[in-house]
Design a protein around this ligand. Structure first.
Ligand code: 5GP
Length: 194
C-alpha cells in the first residue's frame, strides 16, 4: 500500500502523541482512488475466505468497507451510532467507548440483515484500543455469525487494540501500522507490501 503510506506522510497531521488526523482523505474528505486500492488490498488479503457480509461502523468505516465489499462482491452493513425511527425492530446493539469523542456510544444493526449462516469481515478506519472492533465482533456474535477477521486501514501499534483482538483469536490485517507519533512525526512499524 505504497499510496497509503505516502498519503499518511504527506497529508496526515499529528495532533498529539496519540492521535493522527486524516481528514483530507479518510475521515472527512475521501480519496476515492485510494479507497479503491484499499478495497482491493483487503479483498486480496482475505481472499479464500467465504465472506458473505462486510460489517463496519458509521461513518468513517463506510468508505473503505464499501470498496472492499464491492471487490468481494457482497453486501456492506454499517452499524449505526444514532437511533433511527426506522430501525426499531429486531435490533442487535452493544456499547462502545469512543476513542476520539471520549464518550460511550450504543451501536446497532438490524438483526434482519445478518443471519447465522453469514460469514463476516469487519473493516474499520483506525485501530487504537480495539473498542470499536470489539463492539462489531460482539454484534456479529450476537447475530450468530462467524468472523473471518478484521481489516484496519491505519493501526496505531503502540496502543493495545491488536494484541487484545489477537488474544481473542481474531485475525487482524492492517494496511498501515504506526509505531509512534512522538515529536509530531509518523513512524511506521514496517514498510512491507510497498
Ligand atoms: P478504538 O475503538 O480501537 O479505541 O478506536 C478506533 C476508533 O476511534 C476508530 O473507529 C476511529 O474512528 C477512532 N480513532 C482512534 N484513533 C484515532 C486517530 O488517531 N485518529 C483518528 N482520526 N481517529 C481515531
Amino acid at each position: 500500500m505504497k499510496r497509503l503510506y505516502e498519503t499518511i506522510l504527506t497529508e496526515g497531521i499529528v495532533i498529539n502523541d496519540n492521535v493522527l488526523k486524516v481528514d483530507s482523505f479518510l475521515n472527512h474528505a475521501i480519496n476515492p482512488q485510494l479507497m479503491k486500492e484499499i478495497g482491493e488490498e483487503f479483498a486480496e488479503r482475505f481472499s479464500g475466505e467465504p465472506i458473505t457480509k462486510v460489517l463496519t461502523l458509521e461513518s468513517s468505516g463506510i468508505a473503505p468497507a464499501l470498496m472492499t465489499s464491492l471487490v468481494i462482491g457482497c453486501e456492506l452493513i454499517f452499524a449505526r451510532k444514532r437511533q433511527s425511527l426506522t430501525l426499531v425492530d429486531n435490533l442487535i446493539s452493544t456499547t462502545v467507548d469512543s476513542y476520539t469523542k471520549k464518550q460511550k456510544n450504543t451501536i446497532s444493526i438490524s438483526g434482519d440483515l445478518i443471519k447465522p449462516d453469514d460469514t463476516v469481515l469487519i473493516i474499520d478506519d483506525f485501530l487504537a484500543n480495539g473498542q470499536a472492533a470489539k463492539g462489531l465482533i460482539d454484534i456479529a456474535q450476537q447475530a450468530g455469525t462467524s468472523v473471518v477477521g478484521i481489516g484496519i486501514v491505519i493501526e496505531k501499534s503502540f496502543q493495545p487494540g491488536r494484541s487484545e483482538l489477537e488474544n481473542q483469536g481474531i485475525r487482524v490485517e492492517s494496511l498501515a501500522r504506526i509505531a509512534s507519533l512522538t515529536n509530531k512525526q509518523v513512524q511506521f512499524v514496517e514498510k512491507t507490501r510497498l
